[in-house]
Ligand binder design. Structure first.
Ligand SMILES: [Zn+2]
Length: 74
């Protein structure tokens, strides 16, 4: 597809995605995305996002637990 920000070409790639679900943050690896070759913008299909939600809502393997810092630039 064509990037809607810069008009560059996207390519299918597996990426690591930050994903919020029910107020919890998950890092999900190997998510299929269209990634812009020019600006790096990532696009996810709605079906991919639904699949992540469904996967997280059922019993799933947790590869690693991270301790995340929240900081404020204000
Ligand atoms: Zn772009």
């Amino acid at each position: 597809m064509i990037c809607e920000f810069c008009g560059g070409e996207t390519r299918k790639k597996k990426v690591k995605k930050q994903h919020w679900l029910r107020n919890r943050l998950y890092i999900v690896e190997n998510v299929e995305a269209e990634v812009c070759q020019e600006c790096g913008e990532r696009y996810f299909h709605a079906t991919t996002l639904d699949a992540i939600d469904r996967h997280l809502l059922k019993e799933h393997v947790v590869k690693q637990q991270l301790n995340v810092e929240v900081v404020d630039m204000a």
